[in-house]
Design a protein around this ligand. Structure first.
Ligand code: SAM
Ligand code: SF4
Length: 369
């Protein structure tokens, strides 16, 4: 199953039979175990600003959404979150925001330098499409990784759902290559079930993950937001119904398993969007299909509700400590353990490295449903 070509991928993406799907998830999970071990890495997410100058047709943070009150965290608030990440035993902080032009390159660089000087954390940035010069300055300040999902490899659909900035917008696939050339670990990814997204384009997305040799791959369901053109139905890309990919959790598990098989050593999160569409077991099922990362929220509770990329987001009421305890509980319930250290690509941690007499307890996927 390792050498999957496009027809194979299409067949798996359209597969419906439960026994065959169980086989796929088991394969994704086995490849995960063999290549990145049983550690689940915790990346503390800090949503530093909800301002955005872009108009992505699916996202609640798009500039045209006037219904959403905006916030921008202060430097001290961000540093407090980083200190808390270290206290909670996380190895990484992810600083994420809309494309907020008020976040100056120097301000970001100064915060990255502080975190790298004062803590042992890896720093991931997810600040949208930026110039090579900014990427370089942040890399020189010590940033380790950059997340920039390309959302879909279908160029027509991509253009339809990403109106350009007035100054023009670079191609995200090109930016991912640029980030890699600057020495970042680069993370791409897609939403699953975007209106207008075909099975064929999803197979191409998987092949793009491999061709780009991504270090991190984020896959989550598209969740409609009423205050956006794609969520309200005002924008309906034309596609025959049989070709339209559903925004279902099953499609996301298939994508996680296939991404794991194609990119065995990548870091793959079980996303908050997945936990949003299945609150009881979405995260755990993602971890059982091939994922090895979770992203507990560190954003101060007063801001969380305002970072509304989609409605009813999971984990917006809990404190950072609650999130940490809840996720650790879920990880242990799978017979896995929280990773130590920064957990960059290529680290294999096994429970026996951490606790020499420990054995990992197998858990049946079916038991979680
Ligand atoms: N502005 C940065 C960017 O676009 O890369 C980072 C923040 S953006 C909110 C992070 C991710 O949220 C996007 O890459 C997209 O995949 C996801 N997202 C936005 N709207 C969504 C929706 N309606 N459903 C699911 N995911 C969504
Ligand atoms: Fe802004 Fe990112 Fe949302 Fe697009 S996806 S509107 S760039 S926050």
């Amino acid at each position: 199953m390792t050498d999957l070509n496009k027809p194979d991928l299409l067949e798996w993406l359209r597969e419906q039979r439960p026994a065959r799907l169980a086989e796929l998830y088991a394969r994704g999970n086995a490849v995960r175990k063999q290549n990145v071990g049983d550690a689940v890495h915790l990346r503390g997410l800090i949503e530093i600003s909800s301002y955005c100058v872009r108009q992505c047709m699916y996202c609640g943070l798009r500039q045209a959404n006037r219904a959403l009150p905006r916030y921008r965290m202060t430097r001290e608030e961000i540093l407090d979150c980083a200190r808390q990440a270290e206290r909670l035993g996380y190895g990484t902080v992810v600083m994420q925001a809309g494309e907020d032009d008020e976040l100056s390159a120097d301000w970001i660089a100064e915060i990255v330098r502080w975190i790298k000087r004062e803590t042992t954390l890896a720093v991931t940035l997810s600040l949208g499409e930026r110039s090579r010069d900014k990427f370089k300055r942040w890399r020189l300040a010590g940033a380790d990784r950059y997340l920039l999902r390309f959302e879909t490899s279908d160029r027509n659909l991509y253009r339809m759902i990403h109106p350009q900035r007035r100054s023009g917008s670079p191609d995200r696939l090109m930016l991912l290559r640029q980030l890699k050339s600057l020495g970042y670990e680069a993370g791409g990814g897609v939403m699953v079930g975007i209106p207008g997204q075909s099975y064929e384009s999803l197979a191409d997305d998987l092949l793009a993950f491999r061709a780009l040799d991504l270090d991190m791959i984020g896959i989550g369901p598209f969740i409609p937001h009423q205050d956006t053109p794609l969520g309200s139905g005002a924008l309906r890309p034309a596609i025959p119904p049989v070709d339209q990919v559903p925004a279902s959790e099953e499609m996301v598990y298939k994508m996680i398993a296939l991404a794991r098989i194609l990119c065995p050593t990548a870091n793959i999160p079980s996303t908050t969007a997945l936990a949003t569409i299945n609150r009881t077991s979405g995260r755990r099922l993602g971890l059982m299909a091939g994922a090895n990362v979770v992203m507990p929220n560190l954003t101060p509770t007063k801001y969380r509700r305002l970072y509304e990329i989609y409605p009813e987001k999971a984990c917006i009421e809990e404190s950072a400590i609650d999130c940490s305890q809840c996720l650790r509980g879920q990880i242990h319930s799978l017979g896995r353990f929280a990773g130590e250290g920064q957990g960059g690509r290529g680290t294999i941690e096994t429970l026996t490295n951490v606790l020499p007499d420990a054995t990992s307890r197998p858990v049946q996927l079916q038991a979680l449903r």
